[in-house]
Design a protein around this ligand. Structure first.
Ligand code: SF4
Ligand code: SF4
Length: 282
C-alpha cells in the first residue's frame, strides 16, 4: 500500500469510528466487533489492518474489549485466533441443532474458543426462532420431559449451560444448567429433527477429494438441509457466501460423477447440487 493510500485508509477508519461513537452517543465501546468474519473477508481485514486498528483504539481507551462474530469453520477460526491473540471474545452460532452440524460446526468452534481462552458470546441460540417451531414429534418429547417449559427455554438453557458463557448468565434468575437427563432429551429431539432431513449425507467426505471443481459437497448439503428444515436464515446465507468464496459453487458442477462413485450412501450428488443451487440462488 502506498503512503498516500495508507494515509487515506487511516483517515477513513478514524472518521467512521468517530461517527459510530457519535451515533451511539458514547465516549467508548465496551465491546467492538468485526462483523461476520470468515475466510472470504479475512484477507480484506488483514489488508485494511482491522485488528491493528482495534488494538490502537483500545490503547486510546475508546474500546474496552475487541472481538468478532463468526460464520465459518473451526479450522479457520483456529487460524485467526492464532494470528490474533489480542482477540478477547468471539460470537458463535450456538444451539443444540447446530452443535454437531458439519457446516456450522458449533461444537468445534466453541472448543477452539475455549482452547484460545477467549470469551464466547452466543448468536442464534434458537436458530432465528426455528427451535421454537419444532416438528410435532420433537416438540412432544420436550413437552413430555417438562410440561411447563416452552421450546424456547430448552434452546436458551442449552446455550447458557456451556461453561464458557456461564459467567455471563448471572442475570438469569434461578438459572439451572441442563442435567444429564435433559441433555439426553435434547439429543432425542435432535435425532427426530435430523431424521427429517432432505439429503441424508453423513459428511464422510469420501466424495470431495476427487472433485475437479473443489465443490464443498457435504457442507452445501448440510446448508440445504438446514434451509429446508428452518427456512433461509441470514446465518445460512452468510455461511453459503463464505463457502462459495473459497470452494466451487454448486452450479460449477460439470456432472463427471466422480463423487457419486465414492459415496457410500449412493446419493445422487449431481442432482442434489442442482437443488442446492436453486435454493440459494446467490
Ligand atoms: S460430478 Fe460435480 S461435484 Fe461430483 S466430482 Fe464432478 S464436478 Fe465435482
Ligand atoms: S460421500 Fe456421500 S455421504 Fe459422504 S460426504 Fe459425500 S455426499 Fe455425503
Amino acid at each position: 500500500m502506498s503512503i498516500m493510500a495508507e494515509t487515506a485508509r487511516k483517515l477513513l477508519a478514524k472518521r467512521i469510528f468517530n461517527e459510530q461513537l457519535e451515533r451511539c452517543q458514547v465516549d467508548y465501546f465496551d465491546y467492538y466487533f468485526l462483523h461476520a468474519m470468515g475466510r472470504s473477508v479475512y484477507g480484506t481485514v488483514q489488508e485494511q489492518k482491522g485488528f491493528e486498528f482495534m488494538v490502537q483504539k483500545k490503547a486510546e481507551g475508546k474500546i474496552r474489549h475487541i472481538g468478532f462474530s463468526w460464520h465459518d469453520d473451526a479450522d479457520m477460526l483456529d487460524r485467526i485466533l492464532t494470528d490474533h491473540p489480542e482477540t478477547e471474545l468471539v460470537q458463535l452460532q450456538l444451539n443444540y441443532i447446530d452443535w454437531e452440524n458439519e457446516s456450522v460446526q458449533s461444537r468445534k468452534c466453541y472448543e477452539v474458543g475455549v482452547k484460545h481462552g477467549v470469551q464466547v458470546t452466543v448468536m442464534e441460540p434458537l436458530k432465528g426462532g426455528a427451535l421454537v417451531r419444532l416438528p410435532e414429534a420433537a416438540a412432544n418429547i420436550l413437552k413430555e420431559a417438562d410440561p411447563d417449559a416452552g421450546n424456547a427455554s430448552w434452546g436458551i438453557r442449552f446455550a447458557a449451560s456451556l461453561d464458557q458463557v456461564e459467567d455471563n448468565i448471572s442475570y438469569m434468575k434461578d438459572f439451572q444448567p441442563l442435567t444429564e437427563g435433559e441433555r439426553e432429551t435434547i439429543a432425542k429431539t435432535v435425532q427426530i429433527i435430523n431424521d427429517s432431513i432432505a439429503i441424508p449425507c453423513t459428511a464422510c467426505r469420501y466424495c470431495t477429494s476427487g472433485c475437479p471443481k473443489k465443490i464443498a459437497i457435504p457442507e452445501y448439503f448440510s446448508l440445504y438441509n438446514n434451509q429446508k428444515q428452518f427456512g433461509l436464515l441470514a446465518g445460512l446465507a452468510t455461511t453459503y457466501g463464505n463457502l462459495t468464496a473459497t470452494h466451487g459453487k454448486p452450479q460449477d458442477c460439470i456432472g463427471c460423477k466422480q463423487c457419486e462413485d465414492h459415496c457410500p450412501q449412493h446419493l445422487p450428488i449431481v442432482e442434489n447440487l442442482k437443488l442446492v443451487a436453486e435454493a440459494f440462488q446467490m
